[in-house]
Design a protein. Sequence first.
Length: 89
Amino acid sequence: MSGSNITAVLDGEQKGQIKEIVCEILELDPDELTDGSLFKEDHGADSLRAIEILAALERTFRVTIDQAAMDRMVNLDGVYAVVADAARE
């Protein structure tokens, strides 16, 4: 499946929920976070925050996300793809 189709599984409301979770954990205003901005480089997130994001996503969407997928969760686009993949499993 091509990268552009991966997030097709998620609707706008789900993407909004994901952005809300990430903003809350990273303590960011939603205007500061774009789909492509990098959590670590642009927003100073550390690995503990990434684990918090992963745990919150698992609780919210009732999915299991392999910790190896954290390597892909560098920005919202990556998180959307990881959650979409987990939802398909």
